[in-house]
Design a protein around this ligand. Sequence first.
Ligand code: VAH
Length: 318
Amino acid sequence: MRRILVTGALGQIGSELVPALRQRWGADAVVASDIRVPAGGAPEEGPFAVLDVTNLRQLQDLVRRHDVGTIYHLAALLSATAEERPHVAWELNMGGLYKILEVARENRCALFHPSSIAAFGPGTPRVGTPQETVQRPNTIYGVTKVSGELLCDYYAKRFGLDVRGLRFPGLISSVAPPGGGTTDYAVAIFYDALRHGRYECFLGPDTRLDMMYMPDAIRATVELMAADPARLRHRNAFNVAAVNVTPDELGAEIRRHLPGFELTYDVDPVRQAIADSWPQSLDDSAARQEWGWQPRFDLAAMTADMLAKLRLKLRLPA
Ligand code: VAH
């Protein structure tokens, strides 16, 4: 079998996708790559390469050297960081994707590329956002996501590339912290609840967004890539949803486990404006119908599991 390449492997999704793919296909079958080497040196669990996805030559060499047949392209800036550095966001998120698509085309690789609820904008119906609707985002991250969706569609149609994708909601993980996302509050809240018994949230109490626990996100990714192509009408950029929640509701759920937990608010206007431009809830029926998407973790199950996992990670008593 040709190998699998994961870009952005040390990031929020990659940190859990790489072990899941290695468990399924074998350690040697998955080449993890990132622009940085982790603090303790290259991980030993399987092949690791330093890769700048905006460097076409480096990318071509890596794909050929390892005989890569499938790419999970995760290297990108998240929404809040992208807003601080829009030029870097365009260069990395779009420039990187374009080069990945070119290398995938030349080497006949299958490709997974994540999109996001950020691909929608203020003109989009906010509740039960349909699979196909208005997409006029007003953040640079959203602009790169919707442009990325269109470019992937183009490569599929024009060059017959097998490119698939999901519009992820905010992702919540006990393994790797997110970096620079608007939905990061939903991860930080768990750490602060356990460590300090309180959390100050940068989004307002009623900011309703879709979220998903990382084990569901990893399973969605793997299931989409394994799906029968004949059944996929949308292929690229499927809406997926799991947990629909506000900071206030998430705080209340945490309080069921930690009764003294205090949640206060100090709203960051930049991230609040980003969140307010996104849908409150997605309609993911196309994913359910075309490849059988079904989340396993609701708010209660996710909260219980996050707290249990973080207690172990932070060495706190159960
Ligand atoms: C962000 N978590 O905040 C990401 C995202 C759902 C939004 O794609 O940037």
